[in-house]
Design a protein around this ligand. Structure first.
Ligand code: NAP
Ligand code: MG
Length: 520
């Protein structure tokens, strides 16, 4: 590969059709993953495998007795080693031509296609995704690799500069240095891959600290990057508890940038710590934060109620509501409120639930028992402030961390369950009086990630474009399922720094511009 023109236009990876043949292969893939349950995955620093006595057990949330795998768990000393290892590799990796770095991403995409069912099966077992959700996650990871490879061609090429006489001027985008990459567990293949790929294709080297609930899929992605030709030390794989090593990585004076996706609480802490210059630190750390949401679907009285109800159910309960883009509030005009609520409850009642390995189950478990306990607390809080109209009970008796799809009615919009991110299958239905009130309530949280409006009134759709303050606004469609390249993703307010992952500004977060002007 010598220039960007050889790459065909980016297209989203098609999703798998689980027909009889593919379903059979998927079942075999699940059995293979099960046969590897309990396997140990080491820390990798500068290509060297390091196992530690302390470990992190990754469990299957569908069956808490099953250990999907065990990763080593880094100490702060190993965190130091990883940062130093990354700096060692930086001096050579930054000099690798950008098109060769892009080629590594394309190789990784190809390997992911070959290992697709293995990756899907791993996520089904490790985080309880249903088959479709798992495939969407792998497809998105492939998309990030293909998209950022092409984007690097653009950032690496000649940049537009106004010509002047007697000077030769050029603007080059150069990497920052060593970054710390901290992804969440909920898109454990896609988000981890996207955050890491963007950082390395731009010539940086990284310390990758995966989320503790999804260490096995993370280790597999690391393996794919190595197989794809990422040199030793460019990605240093550092599983470990965020509580134990996160602050150290973030505060380290040799950390140049932090790319974090996760909760608002941890994100704000990172922002504070990163602002303080450590001893000998020469730079202002760059921090990209993609955080939580309290996303709403708004419905007015002109809307197609059937499609609005379908969108609310799909967005609220897909992957058990554990998406930053999940619909956790449905804000409905009072004249259609009862009708919509009835439709939403009826549809949600038909959702199947159980072990994610069984493809008949639309809903699997929530991520772990601790999260489920927190959700039960929110349900108690909801009961004290509003009316529970569906669900509300855990189904731990099934052997895993299962929670029924839960719907609260006529929720006061300032109550806890209407304001705080719960990150589970719990929907607050909120009544509004007229379109102004719908919009006002839609905007009245700390967050601003995704949002939808269902309306047939063009002037209201236009008003939402101007006044509904969310990073990803959807009109007459569900509020989840952003596609790389098609729907660049990132939120306003406490939802983050609006990084717009999967968009054409994203790689700029990992680069700095150097202007070179020469008199001629
Ligand atoms: P989390 O608890 O904030 O954890 C995210 C990552 O941060 C994990 O790797 C975690 O490690 C690590 N961490 C924990 N404490 C840390 C510290 N003090 N310093 C540095 N890192 C630390 O979030 P999560 O439960 O994994 O993910 C769910 C959250 O992510 C939700 O709020 C969701 O909305 C958000 N999210 C946002 C987007 C977006 O694009 N805006 C996308 C997906 C998810 P351990 O696992 O070891 O604790
Ligand atoms: Mg798990």
């Amino acid at each position: 590969m010598s220039n960007w023109t050889v790459l065909p236009t980016f297209q989203n990876e098609p999703l798998l059709d689980y027909d009889a043949r593919t379903s059979k292969s998927m079942k075999e893939a699940i059995h293979k993953v099960e046969a590897e349950f309990g396997k140990e995955y080491p820390i990798i620093i500068g290509g060297k495998r390091i196992t530690t006595q302390k470990t992190i057990r990754s469990i299957n949330p569908s069956d808490a007795d099953e250990t999907v795998g065990v990763t080593s768990s880094a100490s702060t000393e190993l965190a130091d080693q990883a940062i130093h290892g990354a700096w060692e590799a930086f001096s050579s990796w930054k000099r690798v031509p950008f098109f060769d770095r892009a080629k590594v991403l394309l190789n990784a995409a190809q390997i992911m296609r070959q290992r697709r069912l293995e990756l899907n099966a791993t996520m089904v077992c490790e985080v309880g995704k249903n088959w479709q959700e798992a495939d969407g996650d792998t497809a998105e990871a492939i998309d990030f690799l293909e998209f950022y490879a092409r984007e690097m061609m653009r950032y690496g090429s000649q940049q537009p500069i106004t010509p002047v006489e007697e000077e030769k001027n050029r603007l080059e985008y150069i990497p920052l240095g060593v970054g710390v990459i901290i992804p969440p567990w909920n898109f454990p293949c896609a988000i981890l891959t996207g955050m890491t790929a963007a950082a390395i294709v731009t010539g940086n080297t990284v310390v990758l600290k995966p989320a503790s609930d999804s260490g096995v899929i993370a280790a597999k992605v690391m393996d794919i990057f190595e197989q794809a030709g990422v040199p030793d030390g460019v990605i240093n794989f550092l599983p470990g508890s965020g509580g134990a090593i996160g602050d150290h990585l973030v505060s380290h004076p040799l950390t140049r940038f932090i790319n974090f996706t996760g909760s608002m609480e941890v994100g704000l802490r990172i922002n504070t710590l990163a602002a303080v210059a450590g001893p000998g630190q020469k730079w202002i750390k760059r921090v990209s934060l993609e955080l939580g949401g309290k996303d709403a679907i708004l419905v007015d009285e002109t809307a197609d109620l059937e499609s609005a109800a379908d969108a609310i159910v799909a967005s609220a309960f897909g992957f058990q509501g554990q998406k930053c883009s999940a619909c956790s509030r449905a804000i409905i005009e009072q004249s259609v409120y009862s009708k919509i609520q009835e439709m939403v409850v009826e549809k949600a009642k038909t959702l199947t639930m159980g072990d994610a390995r069984n493809p008949d189950h639309f809903m699997g478990p929530v991520i772990n028992d601790r999260a489920l306990t927190q959700m039960m607390e929110y349900i108690e809080s909801g009961k004290s402030e509003s009316e529970l109209v569906l669900g509300g009970k855990d189904r731990r008796h099934l052997g895993g961390s299962f929670l029924e799809p839960t719907i609260f009615s006529r929720v006061p919009h300032r109550s806890r369950i209407a304001q705080e991110e719960i990150f589970g299958p719990i929907l607050a239905m909120i009544q509004a009086e007229g379109f102004d009130d719908i919009l006002e309530k839609g905007n009245d949280t700390l967050f601003g990630l995704t949002g939808s409006l269902f309306s047939e009134d063009r002037s209201r759709l236009q008003r939402a474009c101007e006044e509904f303050h969310v990073g990803n606004l959807y009109l007459n469609r569900n509020c989840t399922g952003a596609l790389v390249g098609v729907h660049p993703f990132g939120g306003f307010n406490m939802s983050g720094t609006d990084s717009k992952a999967g968009g054409s500004d994203y790689l700029g977060l990992f680069l700095q511009g150097k202007l070179i002007s020469q008199q001629i």
